[in-house]
Design a protein around this ligand. Structure first.
Ligand code: FE
Ligand code: FE
Ligand code: FE
Length: 162
C-alpha cells in the first residue's frame, strides 16, 4: 500500500512504535535479570510496567486514524536489542555490565524519544488530539526514564571504574 498522505505516514509510524514497545516488553525482563545493581534492576522493572501501559496507549492512538492497530516490525529496535543481548553474553564484571546495560537502555530510550517526537508533531498537524495526548504521555515517560538512567550511571559507573 502506497503512503500518499501524512496520515498514511503517521499510521505506518504508529505501527512501528507499537512493534518497538512490544519488543521492549519482552526484552526488559532480560535486562533486569542481567543487572546487578538493585536500583538498576528496580528501574528496569518499573519501566517494564510503564511500557505495558505504553503499548495500550499506542493501541488507543490508532483510533483517530480509522485504521487497524497492527504492529509492523521495527527493525531499528530489533537491531538495538540484538546489540544489547550480544553485550549481555559478554564476560564482564557486574558493575561493568551494569554500566553497559545503562548504555544499551539509553540508546533504546533515545530511539523512542525520537519516534514519539515525530509522532507528536504529525498528530498535531493532523489534528489528532487524542493521539497527541497519548503519545505525549509516552514520550514523557521515556524522557524521565532516560534521565533516571543518567542519574544511575553516576553511581553505577563510579563503581565500575575500580
Ligand atoms: Fe516505551
Ligand atoms: Fe522503528
Ligand atoms: Fe522506554
Amino acid at each position: 500500500m502506497a503512503l500518499q498522505t501524512l496520515a498514511d505516514a503517521f499510521h505506518d509510524e504508529l505501527r512501528d512504535i507499537l512493534s518497538a514497545e512490544k519488543q521492549l516488553v519482552k526484552a526488559l525482563p532480560k535486562m533486569a535479570k542481567a543487572a546487578s545493581s538493585e536500583e538498576l534492576r528496580a528501574g528496569f522493572e518499573k519501566h517494564l510496567e510503564e511500557t505495558k501501559t505504553q503499548v495500550e496507549r499506542v493501541e488507543q492512538a490508532f483510533e483517530e486514524t480509522g485504521k487497524a492497530a497492527r504492529a509492523k516490525t521495527c527493525e531499528a529496535m530489533e537491531g538495538l536489542l540484538a546489540e544489547a543481548s550480544s553485550m549481555m553474553e559478554e564476560e564482564a564484571d557486574p558493575e561493568v555490565m551494569d554500566a553497559i546495560l545503562i548504555g544499551c537502555a539509553q540508546k533504546v530510550e533515545h530511539y523512542e524519544i525520537a519516534t514519539y517526537g515525530t509522532l507528536c508533531t504529525w498528530a498535531k498537524q493532523l489534528g489528532y488530539k487524542a493521539a497527541y495526548k497519548l503519545l505525549k504521555a509516552n514520550m514523557a515517560e521515556e524522557v524521565a526514564t532516560d534521565e533516571a538512567l543518567t542519574a544511575l550511571s553516576e553511581t553505577v559507573n563510579a563503581e565500575a571504574k575500580a
